[in-house]
Design a binder for this molecule. Structure first.
Ligand code: PFF
Length: 480
C-alpha cells in the first residue's frame, strides 16, 4: 500500500533534508575530527568526498524514495518488483532501518548532554570555572546513569512527539520554525566569536591545506564523516524523498543540501575554533571539544553564559531536526506494513531505540573500562554500536550506488532525473565507479577494527543472511 503523502510545498523536502543533514555531525563531530586531524587537509578530503561521492549517492537515494513513494523497506521491495531486479536489493531498506534504529539510540544520549550544558550555561553555574572544574563536571555527568537516562528520555521523547504528530503537523511545522531560528543563532554565534575570539587563527587552521599532515586514518575519517553528515545510507533521505514533489529538481536539490550542510560545518568550525584559540585552548581535544573545551572558553569570556546557552540551544535544535529523520523511515514502515497508527508506530520504534540507548548510557559508567562488559568485548557497548553503524552506513551507501547505477535502466533513471545528457553521464559515472570505489575504501577501514571480533561479526552476518534467505524463500513460495 502506498501512502501517497507529499510535502505541502515544493521546497519542503529541501528544508527537511537540510534539517536531517545538519546536526551533531556538523556542530560536534566535524570540528573535533578536523581538530584531531590537522584542520585544512582533513577538510579538503571531506569536501572532495562530499562532492564526488556524497552528492551522487544523495541523488540516488532521493530518487529511490521519490520513485517508490514508500518507506525505505517497502519502497525497495516495490522497486525490485517493478524493475524486475534481484530481491537481494531489498537489503538496502532493512540495512537502512537497522542503522537508523541504532544511530538514534546513541545520538539521543549524546544530544542529551547538550540539554545538560544548556542548563549549566543559562544558569551561569560555570561562569569563571577553571579547566579542572569543567572537566570534572563532564566526568560527573558521564558517571551518572540517572542523569544521562533522564536527558536521553527527554530528547528522544521530544523527537517522538514531533514525528508522532505526522509529516505535516509535526515535521513540517516543526522544521519551519526550527530551521530559520537555527540559522539566526549560528550567525549570532559566528559574529560574537569573530568579535571576541581569534577568527584569523581559526581560518588559518581550517583552510591551510598541508596534505602531508593527513594520516591514512585521517583520510578515512574524513570520508566516513562526509557520509554521516549527509545522512546517507540510512533510509532517512529515502523516507523524506518519498514525500518529495515530482516537480522539484533532483540534482539541484541534492546540490543545495550538500552546499548548505558543508557551509554550516565550516561556519560552526570557524566559530568554535575562534573561541577555542581566543581562549588559548587546544583544538585537538577530541569528542570533549564541545563539552569541555568550549564550555571553558564560554566560562572565561564576557557574556559567555548567555552565548554558551544560545550555542547549546543551537546544538539541541540541530540534533532534533536530525533525530526526527531517523525515526521517520522505521515509523513509516510500521504504518505501511502493519497498519499501525502513526503514534503507535512512533512509540514502538522510539521505545525500542530508547532501551537500546541505555547501553550507551551505561557505557560511560556501569559498563565502562575496567568492568566485566568492557573486558569481555574489548570496548564499550557504545563503541560496538558505533562500529556496527560504521559498517552499515558505507555498506548502505555502496548498495544504493550500485542499485541506482547498475540495476536500474538508463531510460528509467533519465526520466526521473530530467537533466541533460552531460550531467546525467557525469552522475552515472560517479555512481557506478567512483562512489563504489571510494566507499569500499572507507569500508576497509573497519576491517582492522573488526579484528578480534570475528566470532560476533560472522555470527551477525549468518543471522542476517539466514533471515534474508528465509524471507525470500517464504515470499517466493507465497507468489508461486
Ligand atoms: N546527518 C546527521 C548529522 O550530521 O548530525 C546525522 C544523521 C541523521 C545521520 C540522520 C544519519 C541520518 F539518517
Amino acid at each position: 500500500m502506498s501512502t501517497h503523502n507529499v510535502w505541502t510545498h515544493k521546497g519542503t523536502f529541501l528544508l527537511a533534508a537540510v534539517g536531517s543533514a545538519v546536526g551533531l555531525g556538523n556542530l560536534w563531530r566535524f570540528p573535533y575530527l578536523a581538530g584531531e586531524n590537522g584542520g585544512g587537509a582533513f577538510i579538503l578530503i571531506y569536501a572532495l568526498t562530499i562532492f564526488a561521492v556524497g552528492i551522487p549517492i544523495l541523488i540516488a537515494e532521493i530518487m529511490l524514495g521519490r520513485n517508490s513513494r514508500r518507506s525505505p523497506i517497502m519502497g525497495m521491495r516495490f522497486l525490485t518488483r517493478t524493475h524486475k531486479t534481484s530481491r537481494g536489493w531489498e537489503s538496502i531498506g532493512w540495512l537502512g532501518a537497522a542503522s537508523a534504529f541504532i544511530i538514534l539510540s546513541f545520538y539521543s544520549v549524546i544530544a542529551g548532554w547538550a540539554i545538560h550544558y544548556t542548563g549549566k550555561m543559562l544558569t551561569g553555574s560555570l561562569e569563571g570555572a577553571d579547566a579542572e572544574t569543567i572537566a570534572a563536571g563532564f566526568d560527573a555527568l558521564l558517571a551518572s546513569p540517572p542523569l544521562l537516562t533522564l536527558y536521553h528520555t527527554l530528547f528522544i521523547g521530544a523527537s517522538a512527539l514531533i514525528v508522532g504528530l505526522g509529516i505535516h503537523r509535526g515535521i513540517e511545522n516543526g522544521l519551519r520554525i526550527l530551521m530559520p531560528a537555527l540559522f539566526v543563532i549560528l550567525m549570532v554565534v559566528l559574529v560574537y566569536a569573530a568579535a571576541i575570539g581569534d577568527l584569523q587563527g581559526a581560518a588559518d587552521f581550517l583552510f591551510t591545506f598541508h596534505l602531508a599532515d593527513l594520516s591514512l586514518e585521517g583520510w578515512l575519517e574524513a570520508m566516513g564523516q562526509s557520509f554521516f553528515t549527509l545522512s546517507l545510507g540510512m533510509g532517512a533521505i529515502m523516507a523524506y524523498g518519498a514525500y518529495m514533489s515530482g516537480e522539484a529538481s533532483l540534482t539541484r536539490t541534492a546540490f543545495t543540501i550538500a552546499v548548505v550542510d558543508t557551509a554550516v560545518a565550516m561556519i560552526a568550525g570557524l566559530a568554535i575554533f575562534a573561541l577555542v584559540f581566543g581562549a588559548g585552548l587546544d583544538p585537538a581535544e577530541g569528542p570533549g571539544l564541545m563539552f569541555i573545551t568550549l564550555p571553558l572558553a564560554f566560562a572565561e569570556m564576557p557574556g559567555g553564559a548567555l552565548l554558551g546557552g544560545v550555542f547549546f540551544v543551537l546544538v539541541l535544535g540541530a540534533a532534533i531536526s536530525s533525530s526526527i529523520s531517523l525515526i521517520e523511515p522505521v515509523a513509516a514502515f510500521l504504518v505501511e506494513r502493519f497498519d499501525l497508527t502513526r503514534p503507535q508506530a512512533v512509540s514502538a520504534m522510539v521505545v525500542a531505540s530508547w532501551a537500546l540507548g541505555l547501553l550507551t548510557v551505561f557505557s560511560f559508567n556501569l559498563m565502562a573500562e575496567g568492568t566485566v562488559f568492557h573486558s569481555l568485548f574489548g570496548r564499550s557497548a557504545f563503541g560496538l554500536l558505533e562500529l556496527l553503524t560504521n559498517i552499515f552506513m558505507p555498506l548502505g551507501g555502496l548498495l544504493i550506488a550500485l542499485f541506482a547505477g547498475w540495476a536500474l535502466t538508463h531510460g528509467e533513471v533519465m526520466k526521473e532525473m530530467r537533466t541533460n545528457e552531460t550531467w546525467f553521464s557525469v552522475w552515472r559515472f560517479l555512481v557506478r565507479f567512483v562512489a563504489p570505489a571510494a566507499v569500499a575504501f572507507v569500508f576497509l577501514r573497519t576491517i582492522p577494527q573488526v579484528e578480534g571480533y570475528w566470532i560476533p561479526t560472522i555470527g551477525a552476518v549468518v543471522i542476517v543472511g539466514a533471515f534474508a534467505a528465509g524471507r525470500t524463500f517464504l515470499a517466493e513460495r507465497q507468489e508461486s
